[in-house]
Design a protein around this ligand. Structure first.
Ligand code: NAD
Length: 256
Protein backbone atom coordinates (compact mmCIF):
# COMPACT_ATOMS: atom_id res chain seq x y z
CA UNK A 1 0.00 0.00 0.00
CA UNK A 2 2.91 2.37 0.67
CA UNK A 3 5.21 1.11 -2.07
CA UNK A 4 7.01 4.03 -3.69
CA UNK A 5 6.62 6.23 -0.60
CA UNK A 6 9.40 7.25 1.76
CA UNK A 7 8.99 7.82 5.49
CA UNK A 8 10.98 9.57 8.19
CA UNK A 9 10.00 8.66 11.76
CA UNK A 10 11.76 10.57 14.53
CA UNK A 11 12.49 8.81 17.81
CA UNK A 12 11.98 5.41 16.21
CA UNK A 13 14.63 3.36 18.00
CA UNK A 14 12.09 2.33 20.63
CA UNK A 15 8.45 2.31 21.73
CA UNK A 16 5.76 3.95 19.61
CA UNK A 17 8.12 5.28 16.94
CA UNK A 18 9.65 1.86 16.33
CA UNK A 19 6.15 0.32 16.11
CA UNK A 20 5.15 2.91 13.50
CA UNK A 21 8.39 2.52 11.51
CA UNK A 22 8.00 -1.28 11.43
CA UNK A 23 4.42 -1.09 10.15
CA UNK A 24 5.20 1.51 7.47
CA UNK A 25 8.13 -0.65 6.30
CA UNK A 26 5.93 -3.79 6.28
CA UNK A 27 3.55 -1.95 3.96
CA UNK A 28 6.31 -1.11 1.50
CA UNK A 29 7.56 2.35 2.49
CA UNK A 30 11.29 3.16 2.40
CA UNK A 31 12.34 4.16 5.90
CA UNK A 32 14.70 6.54 7.64
CA UNK A 33 14.71 5.95 11.38
CA UNK A 34 16.16 8.17 14.11
CA UNK A 35 16.72 8.19 17.86
CA UNK A 36 19.15 7.22 20.58
CA UNK A 37 19.78 3.94 22.40
CA UNK A 38 19.85 0.68 20.45
CA UNK A 39 19.86 2.16 16.95
CA UNK A 40 21.51 -0.91 15.44
CA UNK A 41 18.90 -3.26 16.92
CA UNK A 42 16.04 -1.05 15.73
CA UNK A 43 17.53 -0.72 12.24
CA UNK A 44 17.92 -4.51 12.02
CA UNK A 45 14.22 -4.94 12.87
CA UNK A 46 13.13 -2.39 10.26
CA UNK A 47 15.49 -3.88 7.66
CA UNK A 48 13.66 -7.20 7.99
CA UNK A 49 10.89 -5.42 6.04
CA UNK A 50 12.82 -2.70 4.19
CA UNK A 51 16.35 -3.97 3.52
CA UNK A 52 17.42 -0.49 2.40
CA UNK A 53 16.21 1.31 5.53
CA UNK A 54 18.67 3.89 6.87
CA UNK A 55 19.34 5.50 10.25
CA UNK A 56 20.14 9.12 11.06
CA UNK A 57 21.36 10.06 14.54
CA UNK A 58 20.18 13.69 14.61
CA UNK A 59 19.53 15.09 18.08
CA UNK A 60 15.96 16.45 18.00
CA UNK A 61 16.97 19.31 20.29
CA UNK A 62 19.31 20.64 17.56
CA UNK A 63 17.71 22.55 14.63
CA UNK A 64 20.88 22.29 12.51
CA UNK A 65 20.98 18.49 12.90
CA UNK A 66 17.24 18.22 12.15
CA UNK A 67 17.62 20.17 8.89
CA UNK A 68 20.55 17.98 7.93
CA UNK A 69 18.50 14.83 8.68
CA UNK A 70 15.66 15.91 6.38
CA UNK A 71 18.14 16.82 3.62
CA UNK A 72 19.79 13.44 4.09
CA UNK A 73 16.39 11.66 3.91
CA UNK A 74 15.65 13.43 0.62
CA UNK A 75 19.06 12.67 -0.86
CA UNK A 76 19.33 9.06 0.39
CA UNK A 77 15.71 7.96 -0.13
CA UNK A 78 14.79 10.41 -2.92
CA UNK A 79 12.09 12.27 -0.94
CA UNK A 80 10.42 12.65 2.44
CA UNK A 81 6.78 11.78 1.72
CA UNK A 82 5.63 10.70 5.17
CA UNK A 83 6.93 12.51 8.23
CA UNK A 84 6.09 11.18 11.68
CA UNK A 85 7.18 13.50 14.48
CA UNK A 86 7.40 11.12 17.40
CA UNK A 87 10.59 11.79 19.43
CA UNK A 88 9.75 12.78 22.97
CA UNK A 89 10.91 12.82 26.57
CA UNK A 90 9.20 13.28 29.90
CA UNK A 91 10.03 14.76 33.30
CA UNK A 92 7.68 14.87 36.26
CA UNK A 93 7.91 17.63 38.89
CA UNK A 94 5.80 20.55 40.07
CA UNK A 95 6.47 23.90 38.37
CA UNK A 96 8.42 25.38 41.27
CA UNK A 97 10.73 22.36 41.38
CA UNK A 98 10.96 21.81 37.61
CA UNK A 99 14.60 22.02 36.46
CA UNK A 100 14.85 24.83 33.88
CA UNK A 101 17.13 22.71 31.73
CA UNK A 102 14.47 19.93 31.61
CA UNK A 103 11.79 22.49 30.60
CA UNK A 104 14.01 23.69 27.73
CA UNK A 105 14.79 20.14 26.61
CA UNK A 106 11.13 19.03 26.62
CA UNK A 107 10.00 22.10 24.65
CA UNK A 108 12.85 21.58 22.16
CA UNK A 109 12.42 17.80 21.66
CA UNK A 110 8.64 17.41 22.06
CA UNK A 111 7.52 20.63 20.32
CA UNK A 112 10.13 22.65 18.42
CA UNK A 113 11.57 19.60 16.64
CA UNK A 114 8.21 19.10 14.88
CA UNK A 115 8.39 22.67 13.59
CA UNK A 116 11.97 22.16 12.38
CA UNK A 117 11.26 18.88 10.56
CA UNK A 118 8.15 20.33 8.90
CA UNK A 119 10.00 23.53 8.00
CA UNK A 120 12.59 21.42 6.20
CA UNK A 121 10.29 18.78 4.67
CA UNK A 122 7.31 20.85 3.44
CA UNK A 123 9.04 22.42 0.40
CA UNK A 124 9.76 18.94 -1.05
CA UNK A 125 6.24 17.72 -0.25
CA UNK A 126 4.79 20.82 -1.92
CA UNK A 127 6.90 20.28 -5.04
CA UNK A 128 5.35 16.78 -5.37
CA UNK A 129 1.92 17.90 -4.07
CA UNK A 130 1.78 14.89 -1.75
CA UNK A 131 2.66 14.50 1.89
CA UNK A 132 1.47 13.01 5.14
CA UNK A 133 2.61 14.57 8.40
CA UNK A 134 1.57 12.80 11.60
CA UNK A 135 2.54 14.41 14.88
CA UNK A 136 2.54 12.10 17.88
CA UNK A 137 0.99 14.38 20.50
CA UNK A 138 -0.73 12.86 23.56
CA UNK A 139 -3.86 13.08 25.65
CA UNK A 140 -1.70 15.68 27.36
CA UNK A 141 -2.19 17.81 24.24
CA UNK A 142 -5.89 17.92 25.17
CA UNK A 143 -5.96 17.81 28.99
CA UNK A 144 -3.38 18.26 31.74
CA UNK A 145 -1.98 16.21 34.61
CA UNK A 146 -0.23 17.69 37.63
CA UNK A 147 3.55 17.47 37.54
CA UNK A 148 3.81 17.51 33.74
CA UNK A 149 3.83 21.24 32.93
CA UNK A 150 6.50 21.13 30.22
CA UNK A 151 5.10 17.99 28.58
CA UNK A 152 1.51 19.34 28.65
CA UNK A 153 2.62 22.72 27.27
CA UNK A 154 4.65 21.05 24.50
CA UNK A 155 1.87 18.64 23.52
CA UNK A 156 -0.80 21.38 23.50
CA UNK A 157 1.66 23.29 21.28
CA UNK A 158 2.04 20.31 18.93
CA UNK A 159 -1.73 20.22 18.39
CA UNK A 160 -1.77 23.97 17.66
CA UNK A 161 1.14 23.59 15.24
CA UNK A 162 -0.70 20.68 13.57
CA UNK A 163 -3.85 22.75 13.04
CA UNK A 164 -1.96 25.75 11.63
CA UNK A 165 0.08 23.64 9.20
CA UNK A 166 -3.05 21.68 8.18
CA UNK A 167 -4.80 24.93 7.28
CA UNK A 168 -1.80 26.30 5.38
CA UNK A 169 -1.84 23.15 3.22
CA UNK A 170 -5.60 22.55 3.13
CA UNK A 171 -5.92 22.84 -0.66
CA UNK A 172 -2.87 20.67 -1.34
CA UNK A 173 -2.17 16.95 -1.29
CA UNK A 174 -0.42 17.36 2.06
CA UNK A 175 -2.32 16.50 5.24
CA UNK A 176 -1.16 17.29 8.76
CA UNK A 177 -2.73 15.51 11.74
CA UNK A 178 -1.96 14.62 15.34
CA UNK A 179 -2.56 11.41 17.26
CA UNK A 180 -3.11 11.50 21.00
CA UNK A 181 -2.30 8.29 22.86
CA UNK A 182 -3.20 7.70 26.47
CA UNK A 183 -0.97 5.30 28.44
CA UNK A 184 1.22 3.12 26.19
CA UNK A 185 3.63 0.72 27.93
CA UNK A 186 6.98 1.93 26.53
CA UNK A 187 10.29 2.74 28.26
CA UNK A 188 9.01 6.32 28.75
CA UNK A 189 6.03 5.06 30.76
CA UNK A 190 7.86 2.18 32.49
CA UNK A 191 9.89 4.87 34.30
CA UNK A 192 6.63 6.30 35.64
CA UNK A 193 5.44 2.80 36.62
CA UNK A 194 8.74 2.30 38.49
CA UNK A 195 8.31 5.64 40.26
CA UNK A 196 4.75 4.70 41.26
CA UNK A 197 5.88 1.27 42.53
CA UNK A 198 8.60 2.90 44.66
CA UNK A 199 6.33 5.68 45.99
CA UNK A 200 3.42 3.34 46.88
CA UNK A 201 5.57 0.37 47.96
CA UNK A 202 3.79 -1.97 45.51
CA UNK A 203 4.96 -4.41 42.82
CA UNK A 204 5.15 -3.68 39.08
CA UNK A 205 1.73 -5.21 38.26
CA UNK A 206 -0.04 -3.27 41.00
CA UNK A 207 1.73 -0.03 39.98
CA UNK A 208 0.50 -0.52 36.40
CA UNK A 209 -3.03 -1.22 37.62
CA UNK A 210 -3.03 1.96 39.72
CA UNK A 211 -1.60 4.07 36.91
CA UNK A 212 -4.33 2.90 34.52
CA UNK A 213 -7.16 3.08 37.07
CA UNK A 214 -6.38 6.74 37.74
CA UNK A 215 -6.88 7.94 34.14
CA UNK A 216 -7.63 5.27 31.53
CA UNK A 217 -11.15 3.75 31.93
CA UNK A 218 -10.46 0.79 29.62
CA UNK A 219 -7.80 -0.32 32.16
CA UNK A 220 -5.68 -1.41 29.18
CA UNK A 221 -2.56 0.12 27.71
CA UNK A 222 -2.80 1.31 24.08
CA UNK A 223 -0.14 -0.51 22.01
CA UNK A 224 2.38 0.84 19.49
CA UNK A 225 0.82 -1.57 16.95
CA UNK A 226 -2.63 0.02 17.40
CA UNK A 227 -1.15 3.50 16.96
CA UNK A 228 0.75 2.35 13.86
CA UNK A 229 -2.55 1.27 12.25
CA UNK A 230 -3.95 4.77 12.83
CA UNK A 231 -0.88 6.28 11.18
CA UNK A 232 -1.38 3.90 8.23
CA UNK A 233 -4.99 5.06 7.92
CA UNK A 234 -3.91 8.72 8.00
CA UNK A 235 -1.45 7.92 5.19
CA UNK A 236 -4.12 6.23 3.07
CA UNK A 237 -6.14 7.81 0.25
CA UNK A 238 -9.30 7.43 2.38
CA UNK A 239 -7.87 9.98 4.82
CA UNK A 240 -7.09 12.65 2.23
CA UNK A 241 -9.72 14.96 3.73
CA UNK A 242 -8.78 14.32 7.36
CA UNK A 243 -6.97 17.56 8.15
CA UNK A 244 -5.86 19.14 11.41
CA UNK A 245 -7.39 16.55 13.73
CA UNK A 246 -6.13 15.52 17.15
CA UNK A 247 -7.25 11.87 17.32
CA UNK A 248 -7.14 10.29 20.74
CA UNK A 249 -6.51 6.59 21.32
CA UNK A 250 -6.81 6.73 25.07
CA UNK A 251 -9.20 4.07 26.42
CA UNK A 252 -11.70 6.79 27.30
CA UNK A 253 -9.28 9.05 29.21
CA UNK A 254 -10.53 12.31 27.65
CA UNK A 255 -14.19 11.22 27.49
CA UNK A 256 -14.47 11.66 31.26
P1 NAD B 1 10.33 5.98 24.18
O1 NAD B 1 11.15 6.54 25.27
O2 NAD B 1 10.16 4.51 24.04
O3 NAD B 1 10.82 6.54 22.76
C1 NAD B 1 11.25 7.85 22.59
C2 NAD B 1 12.09 7.91 21.36
O4 NAD B 1 12.56 9.26 21.19
C3 NAD B 1 13.34 7.03 21.43
O5 NAD B 1 13.62 6.50 20.15
C4 NAD B 1 14.43 8.02 21.85
O6 NAD B 1 15.73 7.61 21.48
C5 NAD B 1 13.98 9.23 21.05
N1 NAD B 1 14.57 10.48 21.52
C6 NAD B 1 14.53 11.01 22.76
N2 NAD B 1 15.23 12.15 22.78
C7 NAD B 1 15.69 12.34 21.52
C8 NAD B 1 16.50 13.36 20.90
N3 NAD B 1 16.96 14.42 21.59
N4 NAD B 1 16.79 13.23 19.58
C9 NAD B 1 16.36 12.15 18.88
N5 NAD B 1 15.60 11.18 19.41
C10 NAD B 1 15.29 11.27 20.72
O7 NAD B 1 8.91 6.71 24.36
P2 NAD B 1 7.48 6.48 23.69
O8 NAD B 1 6.54 6.27 24.81
O9 NAD B 1 7.53 5.54 22.57
O10 NAD B 1 7.20 7.96 23.17
C11 NAD B 1 7.13 8.31 21.80
C12 NAD B 1 6.23 9.52 21.66
O11 NAD B 1 4.91 9.18 22.07
C13 NAD B 1 6.66 10.72 22.50
O12 NAD B 1 6.47 11.91 21.75
C14 NAD B 1 5.69 10.66 23.66
O13 NAD B 1 5.49 11.92 24.23
C15 NAD B 1 4.45 10.15 22.97
N6 NAD B 1 3.46 9.56 23.87
C16 NAD B 1 3.77 8.46 24.62
C17 NAD B 1 2.79 7.94 25.44
C18 NAD B 1 3.02 6.73 26.31
O14 NAD B 1 2.18 6.41 27.13
N7 NAD B 1 4.13 6.03 26.14
C19 NAD B 1 1.53 8.53 25.51
C20 NAD B 1 1.27 9.64 24.73
C21 NAD B 1 2.24 10.14 23.91
Amino acid sequence: MLAGKTALVTGSTSGIGLGIALRLAQLGARLMINGFGDAEGALAQVRAHDPKAVYHGADMSRPDQIAEMVRSCESQLGSCDILVNNAGIQHVANVENFPVERWDAIIAINLSSAFHTMHAALPGMKSRNWGRIVNVASVHGLVASAGKSAYVAAKHGVIGLTKAAALENATTGITVNAICPGWVLTPLVQKQVDARAAADGVDDAEAKRRLLAEKQPSLQFTTPEELAELVVFLCSPAAQNVRGVAWNVDGGWTAQ
